[in-house]
Design a protein around this ligand. Sequence first.
Ligand code: OOG
Ligand code: MG
Length: 259
Amino acid sequence: MIDITAIAERLDEAARTASATPQLEEPISLEEAYAVQAASLERRYARGEKRIGIKMGLTSRAKMTQMGVEEVIWGRLTDAMLVEDGDTIDFPAYVHPRVEPEIAFLLDRPLTGRVTPMQALEAVAAIAPALEIIDSRYENFKFSLTDVIADNSSSSNFVVGPWSDPHRDFSNLGLILRLSGVVKQIGSSAAILGDPIRSLVAAARLTSEAGEPLQAGDIVLAGGATAAEALSPGQHVQVAIQNLGSANFRTSEHFEERD
Ligand code: OOG
Ligand code: MG
């Protein structure tokens, strides 16, 4: 028997204390992996965090290739994960953080079940450039599909830039990820399932199937448009997206050796 509660506690503690944990020993089903994720989020809610949306993952070929996992996944976002645009994150609070350029959707209506791209777009109040800081709790950032789902799809923090009107075509916008001024990744929003709106369509279906449909006010991260870049102390990180502007953060100078 799989002990959902015990695995959830182990992954939540690994996240809370920024300490790596081995991959799950026993194979678990997709359903069990999402049940672990839900149980680990219950622990966060019990500490006072509030659900504010979801993130989609592995929605681009670059991410699937980098991580060796070929399925679209999702995870829950809480208010404690949101970092203000321009803020500095505390480097020792992570196991081995990476950053990836994303697009964020803000919904002003619920979005449930199977919807068309047009219906998905009608629920979008605004879109923004975003940076996701992912931090797998597994040793060496290595995991299977079910491992990563159980670990809330590596969710750690995210930064959202200025919100824009979503009624201007965003299907193929150029984007650049810079670390301390150096261009590390160049891509396009089209790398996200051919058009980021498809990620929102998938988000509506997957969250409804899980009994937790998207709500008005939710933020949805569409998924990394390029491979992720490892972070180091003392960096300035920026994504700039054509027509949408930029989102930024810094990593603290402070570095602590970890076992
Ligand atoms: C899994 C999370 C993937 C994305 O945008 O593709 C993800 C990982 O790469 O650790 O957030
Ligand atoms: Mg991501």
